[in-house]
Ligand binder design. Structure first.
Ligand SMILES: C[S@@+](CC[C@H](N)C(=O)[O-])C[C@H]1O[C@@H](n2cnc3c(N)ncnc32)[C@H](O)[C@@H]1O
Length: 252
């Protein structure tokens, strides 16, 4: 599959980029036998990438005692959804209500506006994935579930399309939804605002909201959307030491 470049500002230094490229090259030509590849993925985890996984491990522990689903707004390659599925397999393999739902166009950004500023250099279509990628991700998530109990019940859903339409649509179709964890990673204002507005009635005390771009001058739209919907003043926006960009809050 050919990947289009995401055409966004990358903050890594040239040296870092070169090492990352060399590392990825080593991964591609790994001499590991196929049957040992997945169990040795740690060989290729950099501290930055491991930090993100550890962050979500800590977040998952916070939701174990709250009822409801996990939603991710902005899926792209689907790594976070897959990690969530693996964590569910570890912590609560028999929780059939813990569905994992991901929203994405699978065609990149949609709805970039003035509120998103100019620094990111992103436009509609940035962060796109190859045209059949949703089918590939579907299969990955199906296999991930197949390795855990209750594998006869499909407990994930990928919702494709512009979130400005698909999120209100989904919540109209599923009024029973309670949100235990929502992960915001659209990066941009419009779909983030619609997501926040739509899920408000489905949040409870203890619901956790994770954000990838708060207080980020490259993607200001996410903070503006939060300010306009929940307001910042009454929120305690927390972070964990291992990951600098991701933050979270708990509904009180
Ligand atoms: C930074 S990526 C998400 C990365 C992902 N959360 C991860 O952990 O790797 C942002 C995603 O938001 C999606 N997106 C942006 N605007 C959207 C919209 N209006 N509707 C649906 N998806 C959108 C893009 O297609 C892109 O895949």
């Amino acid at each position: 599959m050919k990947t289009k470049k995401h055409k966004a500002v990358v903050l890594s230094s040239m040296k870092e980029k070169n090492v990352q490229k060399e590392f990825a090259g080593h991964f591609k030509v790994s001499p590991l036998p196929e049957e040992e590849l997945l169990s040795n993925l740690g060989l290729f985890l950099t501290s930055k990438n491991l930090a993100r996984i550890l962050f979500f491990y800590e977040i998952y522990k916070k939701i174990i005692h709250t009822h409801g689903v996990i939603v991710e707004f902005g899926v792209r390659w689907g790594q976070t959804l897959s990690i969530m599925s693996a964590l569910r397999g570890i912590f609560e393999p028999f929780n059939r209500h813990r569905k994992i739902i991901g929203f994405d166009t699978f065609k990149g950004f949609k709805g970039v506006s003035k509120r998103d500023g100019r620094l990111s250099k992103c436009k509609d279509g940035s962060f796109s994935v190859p045209s059949l990628y949703k089918n590939y991700l579907d299969k990955v998530l199906e296999l991930q579930e197949a390795l855990n109990p209750l594998s006869h019940l499909k407990r994930y859903e990928l919702v494709k399309g512009d979130a400005v339409k698909t999120i209100p649509d989904y919540f109209r179709r599923h009024p029973e939804t309670i949100i235990s964890l929502a992960i915001f990673d659209f990066d941009i204002y419009k779909p983030t605002k619609v997501a926040l507005e739509t899920i408000k009635p489905n949040l409870c005390k203890g619901s956790i909201l994770v954000f990838d771009e708060l207080c980020d001058d490259i993607f200001p739209g996410e903070t503006i959307a939060l300010k306009e919907t929940l307001g910042l003043n009454k929120l305690r926006i927390e972070r964990l030491p291992m990951a600098s960009r991701i933050s979270y809050l708990e509904i009180k």
